[in-house]
Design a protein around this ligand. Structure first.
Ligand SMILES: [Zn+2]
Length: 502
């Protein structure tokens, strides 16, 4: 996709616009800031429409007006697209507004000009406009022998804004870099487990490392066992596919610089293992590597944007399947840290692979900050629906910083507690800790509490349970079904922010 940035044509002279479609962002019930010239080009149809529809402009509302070829050489239509109430347009809604615009016109027009009124603050948020638009254009309909509802046409976006063009251009450029990677991440998460095996994820990681000159280490299942990561290795025992543990490093901070560690859950298919899941919706479990994919994607973007900080990314990649060799409920395994775990439920496997990955990155790289990203618990969806991911960790100022970074990126995180009482629910009579709570309730909290057991005392640590947001179960006006690419932008922006602070 090509993105350009311009001021709206002076004096409403729309002749300079070369796009096929002009979309004007409109505030709900407030039409004063309409781009000049648009009403004339449709012979007053817009003012007639707005007179009859005074409440028009709710978020994602759209009204189309055809442009006669006599009036303009390229424009086929002018569209009013609702931005909602001015005071309610937080970054999330601007990103989703742009996505809805992209989604509606992806197959209709080759080029689109988007006018955004001043109060939309595009100067600070141009990246979100591009990331949203590009996400809306993204077509997940691959692997069909015939393309449904026509082919993707959209090739270029022109942002029309009264804000400082240099600022908007810089933001748009960053947005474009992020979008290219988000597309790749969504693609790999959408693809099924017969295509995206652990080995294919290694190829995905290697490609990112080769293109961007990141250091990469790939440990085989045999090596993982030899290194003493028995908790991680236990998850792979039932699968015919080998487990891999991949570590990528970006060294932007120098030897004295701070280090951020990203640890992503990469279960390429989760059947639950011997504690097998019900078959309903099990096909979605191809997305249980969304955390790893987002972390790897973040590394690609970080390597392009070059913040002055060191970032290490560790992703355990395996399937979780039942077989005669699979881990059994009640098995006790020992990890890299020396701690033992009783596997009470083999479906709580994400925390098992993450436990050893967390121990390993702390031992080898002594990070100052750790963010782990995982589709860890169904309980987080019970708690939050699809409208926020869960965040747990410490210290509180770091958690606050991640939440704020997410808010500014249009990605929501809602904090849940890590009370000591949750640790009591994980007591095992035979090992140091059980991998699942002995009583009902608090599933997301006990999942995080289990991980905390493998996080050292000093390091700032945030656990992102992205089960609510990694996957869109339903088609929405601003999103297709399937992988969302969340929380890639939060991870990237956090690295940029920490680099500025240190
Ligand atoms: Zn599971």
């Amino acid at each position: 996709m090509k993105v350009t940035v311009n001021n709206p044509p002076a004096g409403g002279d729309l002749a300079k616009i070369s796009a096929e479609c002009l979309v004007c962002g409109v505030w709900q019930g407030d039409f004063k800031n309409l781009a000049a010239g648009v009403d004339e080009i449709v012979d007053g149809a817009i003012s007639r429409f707005l007179k009859k529809n005074e409440k028009f402009g709710k978020l994602y509302d759209a009204a189309n007006f055809s442009v006669s070829p006599k009036k303009h050489k390229s424009l086929e239509k002018v569209v009013l697209f609702g931005l909602g109430k001015k005071e309610k347009l937080e970054p999330l809604y601007l990103r989703q507004f742009a996505a809805a615009v992209g989604k509606v016109y992806a197959k209709e027009a080759k080029s689109l000009a988007l006018y955004l009124p001043k109060e939309a603050k595009v100067g600070e948020r141009a990246d979100l406009v591009v990331i949203g638009f590009s996400a809306g254009v993204f077509d997940p309909g691959h692997r069909k022998s015939e393309v449904e509802n026509g082919k993707l046409k959209m090739e270029s976006l022109e942002i029309l804004t009264e804000e400082d063009l240099k600022k908007v251009k810089d933001g748009a450029e960053k947005g474009l870099i992020v979008s290219v990677t988000v597309d790749k991440v969504r693609e790999v998460v959408n693809l099924p487990a017969n295509i995206v095996t652990p080995e294919q994820m290694v190829k995905f990681a290697k490609k990112i490392a080769a293109d961007k000159k990141l250091k990469i280490e790939v440990f085989s299942e045999k090596q993982v066992n030899e290194m003493g990561m028995g908790i991680m290795a236990s998850v792979a025992k039932g699968s015919e596919e080998d487990l891999y543990f991949v570590v990528l490093r970006y060294l932007g901070g120098g030897s004295a610089g701070k280090t951020l560690a990203l640890v992503g859950k990469g279960i390429t298919f989760d059947s639950g293992g011997i504690s097998i899941k019900p078959s309903e919706s099990m096909e979605w479990m191809k997305m249980d590597m969304a955390g790893a994919a987002a972390c790897l994607g973040a590394m690609e973007v970080i390597a392009k944007l070059k913040p002055k900080i060191n970032v290490v990314c560790a992703v355990p990649l395996t399937e979780n399947l039942p077989s005669g060799k699979a881990s059994k409920p009640g098995d006790v395994v020992k990890g890299f840290s020396g701690k033992t775990v009783e596997i009470v439920n083999t479906d709580a496997e994400g925390r098992l692979v993450l436990a050893d990955a967390l121990s390993y990155v702390q031992d080898k790289f002594k990070p100052d900050f750790i963010v782990d990203v995982a589709t860890l618990t169904g309980a987080s969806i019970v708690a939050l629906g699809n409208w926020a991911s869960a965040i747990l960790g410490r210290p509180q100022n770091f958690i606050g910083e991640v939440i704020k970074t997410g808010e500014d990126a249009g990605e929501r995180f809602w904090q849940l507690p890590l009370y000591e009482e949750y640790r009591d629910q994980l007591k095992s009579y035979i090992a140091d800790i059980a991998n699942i709570s002995s009583v009902r309730g608090g599933g997301t909290e006990t999942g995080a509490k289990f991980l905390e057991e493998f996080v050292g005392g000093k390091v700032a640590w945030a656990h992102l349970d992205i089960a609510p947001n990694a996957w869109e179960e339903n088609e929405r006006s601003y999103a297709s079904r399937g992988a969302s690419g969340i929380p890639l932008l939060t991870l990237v922006n956090l690295a940029l922010k920490l680099a500025r602070e240190n």
